[in-house]
Structures are given as structure tokens and as C-alpha cells.
Design a protein. Structure first.
Ligand code: ADP
Length: 165
């Protein structure tokens, strides 16, 4: 059974992430989307909220599941028996960091390989931080994230007006 882990902060999940999930899920038997607990000191969404939103948005894929994790990605990959770590590459700016990460992981866990998927051209500019920045200034984010994420962002700001700084 081919198991892959797609780790990230997903704060929030964007159409770019969902595209990587859809494409990589077709290549493996089981895809675990791993939500990093301590990715940033003050994420917009709690770990539970991020897990919930990704679970809702991927429930139509029979082989995709979502889990939170803390610590090293390779340790979590081993825990779930994943032999593949999936990462997305948007531009050359991602490359240095991603290559360094993949090589470090390979040294720590030679049995786990990183698989890079090139971003869908439609989403090559897209990042969670851009979405938050646009939303912060009342911009329209419907091209960047699903409706569920938009409404969770609206609710978050209604409850916590200073959530985006
Ligand atoms: P991290 O904090 O681990 O970089 P992110 O949630 O920002 O977490 O991203 C998780 C992964 O998804 C990374 O490999 C990132 O390069 C990739 N990714 C993010 N946005 C896109 C996009 N628009 N298209 C393709 N891959 C993306």
C-alpha cells in the first residue's frame, strides 16, 4: 500500500493546496494531509479549525484523511507508515528551501522520499499569507479559497477583529 503525507500549515487551506491534494491523492493509495500544530506562533486558525476545514473540503476523496501533528515531519511520516512526503513547488523562490528540507529529511529518514508537484499554473501566485493580506484589507478572496474558508475567515474576524493583526 502506497501511503503519502502532505504536510503544511494550511492557515488557511487555499485552492492551490486543494489542487495538490487532488492530484497527489490519485497517485497513492492513501494520502494523509498533516496539519502542523506549531507552524507559527499565532496562526489565524487553531489546529482544530484547520483540520475541520480541510476534512470538510476533502470528504469526497475516499483515500484522503486529515491529521494534526507536532514535531518532525519525518517522525510523523514513519508513524503513519508513509514512504512519500508530498510538497508543492510554486516558483524558484520555493525551490531552495524545499530542496534543503527534502535533503535534510532524506538524511534523517532514508526510507522516506519527497515528491514535488509543480503548482497548477492557475494557482502559482497563491499563498495562505497573500489570502490573509487581501482579506485584511477587505479584498475579494473568492478566487483563492473555497466558500467554506471565506465564511470561516469572516466569522473569525467578526469574533476577533484583531485576528489579522
Ligand atoms: P508550510 O508552512 O509547510 O510551507 P504551507 O501550508 O504554506 O505550509 O504549504 C504546504 C505546502 O503546499 C508547501 O509545499 C507549499 O509549497 C505548497 N503550496 C502552497 N501553496 C501552493 C500553491 N498555490 N500551489 C502549489 N503548492 C502550494
Amino acid at each position: 500500500m502506497r501511503i503519502a503525507l502532505y504536510p503544511g500549515s494550511f492557515d488557511p487551506v487555499t485552492n492551490g493546496h486543494l489542487d495538490i491534494i487532488e492530484r497527489s491523492a490519485k497517485m497513492v493509495d492513501r494520502l494523509v494531509v498533516g496539519v502542523l500544530v506549531n507552524s507559527s506562533k499565532c496562526p489565524l486558525f487553531s489546529m482544530d479549525e484547520r483540520v475541520r476545514m480541510i476534512s470538510d473540503l476533502t470528504r469526497h476523496y475516499a483515500n484522503v484523511e486529515v491529521a494534526a501533528f507536532e514535531g518532525l515531519t519525518v517522525d510523523f511520516a514513519r508513524e503513519i507508515n508513509a514512504g512519500i512526503i508530498v510538497r508543492g513547488l510554486r516558483a524558484v523562490t520555493d525551490f531552495d528551501y524545499e530542496l534543503q528540507l527534502a535533503q535534510t529529511n532524506k538524511v534523517m529518514a532514508p526510507d522516506v522520499d519527497t515528491m514535488f508537484l509543480a503548482t497548477n499554473l492557475k494557482y502559482s501566485y497563491l499563498s495562505s499569507s497573500t489570502v490573509k493580506e487581501v482579506f485584511r484589507y477587505d479584498g475579494d478572496i473568492h478566487m483563492f479559497v473555497p466558500e467554506l474558508v471565506q465564511s470561516m475567515m469572516k466569522m473569525k474576524l467578526e469574533k476577533q477583529p484583531d485576528a489579522l493583526g
